[in-house]
Design a protein around this ligand. Structure first.
Ligand code: ADP
Length: 166
């Protein structure tokens, strides 16, 4: 039987426990999961693509069917190049919904054979985002438990570097 392949795309700047939970659950269902660090967003990232990929690789290394890559083009082209059956997105609050509907409709327009699936986040991750974690971390707040320990250390290091430069 052919492998079922899923792509989990995002900025992952940096990966949080919310992302990780979605990746783990996708890896339970699909044979191969590609985590795609997308590099074409207009956002100015804190971590460069390689750093983001390295963090994801470390925290997913116990999941043997998860592969971490980056892509700077259209997500749908990346998904096609992997022969993906599905794109997986996480859903938090209702506020995610409208944006996700729009992206899903566009991706379906571009390729109707690749289905988008949504995994609802766990309640404890509902209000968790990379941006809020960065905001709090930047001002020295405690983010323990919201991101993997490795990411917590990487954030501390980043902001220390930033402060050092001033
Ligand atoms: P993007 O810039 O594409 O929104 P993100 O890195 O912010 O990328 O998120 C990637 C995916 O992870 C999206 O589907 C997003 O909804 C999901 N996600 C982000 N935070 C959480 C969370 N706390 N719980 C579940 N899913 C999440």
């Amino acid at each position: 039987m052919l492998n079922k392949v899923a792509v989990v795309p995002g900025s992952f700047d940096p990966i949080t426990n919310g992302h990780l939970d979605i990746i783990r659950r996708a890896a339970d269902i699909f044979d191969i999961v590609y985590v795609a660090v997308m590099n074409n967003s207009s956002k100015r990232p804190l971590f460069d693509v390689q750093e983001r990929m390295d963090l994801i690789k470390e925290v997913t290394n116990s999941l043997s069917n998860v592969k971490v890559e980056s892509s700077s083009g259209l997500l749908i082209n990346y998904a096609k190049s992997k022969n993906a059956n599905a794109i997986i997105r996480g859903l938090r609050a209702v506020s995610d919904f409208e944006y996700e509907m729009q992206i899903t409709a566009m991706n379906r327009f571009l390729d109707e054979h690749i289905e988008t699936f949504f995994i609802m986040t766990q309640n404890k991750h509902s209000f968790l985002s990379s941006s809020i974690v960065k905001e709090v971390s930047q001002y020295g707040g405690n983010i323990h438990g919201l991101v993997p320990d490795l990411v917590e250390d990487a954030l501390k290091e980043k902001y220390k570097q930033k402060l050092d430069r001033k």
